[in-house]
Design a protein. Structure first.
Length: 122
């Protein structure tokens, strides 16, 4: 009897582990983190020039309907579309595709060639 309980627990844990590694789970988790927060660029790095660049203050709001709203400090607003790749490794904003190098509740980092942008959540 005890052996069956242990087998059942191991089976459930293995199923949870395998599901959590799936692309679908990663996609949903990444999308949830993107739309959960408003994002502000903290640092813009150009590795080819080995320098950081100043950026106009703006808040990036990823909406569930794949609309991105960028609101500048003077309330100018720009709208575009965004899309997440199936494997959650790439984020397309407008016509540019960025590699997601970091995504957590506090930090979003995306890279395009030699340029990397670091966002912090609002």
């Amino acid at each position: 009897m005890k052996t069956n309980k242990i087998r059942y627990i191991i089976f459930v844990l293995a199923a949870i582990f395998l599901y959590s590694c799936s692309d679908e789970y990663n996609y949903k988790q990444t999308k949830r983190l993107l739309i959960k927060h408003d994002w502000r660029i903290n640092t813009f790095v150009d590795y080819s020039q080995n320098q950081t660049t100043e950026f106009r203050t703006a808040v990036f709001d990823f909406l569930d309907d794949n609309t991105l709203i960028k609101i500048y400090e003077n309330n100018d607003t720009v709208r575009t579309q965004w899309e997440l790749s199936e494997d959650s490794d790439y984020l397309t904003i407008g016509s540019n595709t960025f590699r997601i190098t970091e995504l957590s509740n506090r930090v979003l980092s995306i890279r395009y060639g030699e340029v990397e942008m670091f966002f912090v959540s609002e």
